[in-house]
Design a protein around this ligand. Structure first.
Ligand code: ZN
Ligand code: ZN
Length: 256
C-alpha cells in the first residue's frame, strides 16, 4: 500500500496545501488539495474520494474535481456521512455557487455519492473501509483502510482529544492523525477539536494501553506558521514514547 500526502496543512499558500491523502493512486481521503496536486490524468485514475467532514479545508476541491470529471463525461464516487452530503447540496454544489453535480446530469450525476454508516465496513474498490467517529466540532469520521493484502492505515481527520472509543475499533499499522498547533495552544485545541503534541501523546498512551502496541505515526494539518514549534515538540513525544512519529509534508510517500 502506497500513501501519498498531497496536502499536509490547514492553511494554503504557494508552499502549503490543504489536507488530502492518496492511497495507491486510486482512493483519496479529503479533498483540500486534490486538484491542485494531481494532473488531469491522475485525477481520472481516482476511483473514490472519502470525506471526513465538511470543513472547507477538507472539501475545497470537490467542485473543481467534479467539473473536471463532468467535462470528461465521467463520474466520480464520493463517500461520507450524511451531514457532508447535506452541506455539499445546500452550499458548494447548490446550483448557485456551482452546478448541482450531485444531481446532474439527470439519471447519471457526475458525483455518485454514497452515505457511509459509522462502524460498518464497506467494500470499496477491493479495500475494506471502516468509518469511525472522532471528536471534532462537527460530525467527523476517520477512515481505516485495509488493502487487499491486509495492510492497514487509519486517518483520523480533524480530531480533538478523547479517542478511546475510536481506538477500540481499529488496529492500524500506520496512523495518520492531526496536530494543528503546539502545546502552548492546548486550550484552543481542546475548544476547537484539535490536537497538540502533548494531547497526541496522551491519546497514544491510551492506544498503547488498550492495544499493546503503537503504530507508526504521521501527523498532518499543521498550521504552517507554527510548524517549527510543532516539529520540535513532536520529536520530544517520539523520544518519550520510543516510537516513530513524523511530521507530514506535501509529497511525502509512505509504504506499507
Ligand atoms: Zn475541521
Ligand atoms: Zn481541518
Amino acid at each position: 500500500m502506497n500513501i501519498q500526502v498531497l496536502g499536509a496543512h490547514n492553511c494554503e499558500s504557494q508552499s502549503s496545501r490543504l489536507i488530502s491523502l492518496l492511497i495507491d493512486d486510486n482512493i483519496a481521503i479529503d479533498a483540500g488539495g486534490l486538484t491542485s496536486s494531481l494532473s488531469f490524468s491522475a485525477q481520472q485514475k481516482l476511483k473514490a474520494i472519502l470525506l471526513t467532514h465538511q470543513h472547507y479545508d477538507h472539501i475545497r476541491d470537490i467542485p473543481a474535481i467534479a467539473m473536471n470529471f463532468a467535462l470528461h463525461s465521467t463520474t466520480i464516487n464520493i463517500y461520507s456521512i450524511q451531514p457532508v452530503y447535506d452541506a455539499l447540496c445546500t452550499h458548494l454544489l447548490d446550483g448557485k455557487l456551482y452546478p448541482k453535480f450531485l444531481e446532474q446530469p439527470q439519471g447519471n450525476p457526475t458525483i455518485n455519492f454514497t452515505i457511509v454508516e459509522p462502524y460498518q465496513t464497506e467494500q470499496i474498490e477491493g479495500y475494506d473501509i471502516l468509518a469511525v467517529p472522532v471528536n471534532h466540532l462537527i460530525p467527523t469520521v476517520g477512515y481505516q483502510v485495509t488493502s487487499p493484502s491486509g495492510k492497514i492505515v487509519l486517518y483520523t481527520g480533524d480530531t480533538g482529544p478523547g479517542l478511546t472509543d475510536c481506538w477500540e475499533y481499529v488496529s492500524p499499522q500506520l496512523l495518520i492523525t492531526e496536530v494543528t498547533a503546539p502545546d502552548r495552544y492546548e486550550e484552543f485545541a481542546k475548544e476547537s477539536g484539535h490536537l497538540t503534541p502533548n494531547l497526541l501523546k496522551q491519546e497514544l498512551t491510551v492506544f498503547q494501553e488498550l492495544k499493546g502496541y503503537l503504530p507508526q505515526v504521521v501527523v498532518v494539518h499543521m498550521n504552517p506558521r507554527l510548524e517549527k514549534e510543532i516539529e520540535a515538540e513532536i520529536a520530544a513525544v517520539a523520544k518519550a514514547l520510543n516510537n516513530s512519529i513524523s511530521v507530514g509534508y506535501e509529497g511525502m510517500q509512505l509504504n506499507l
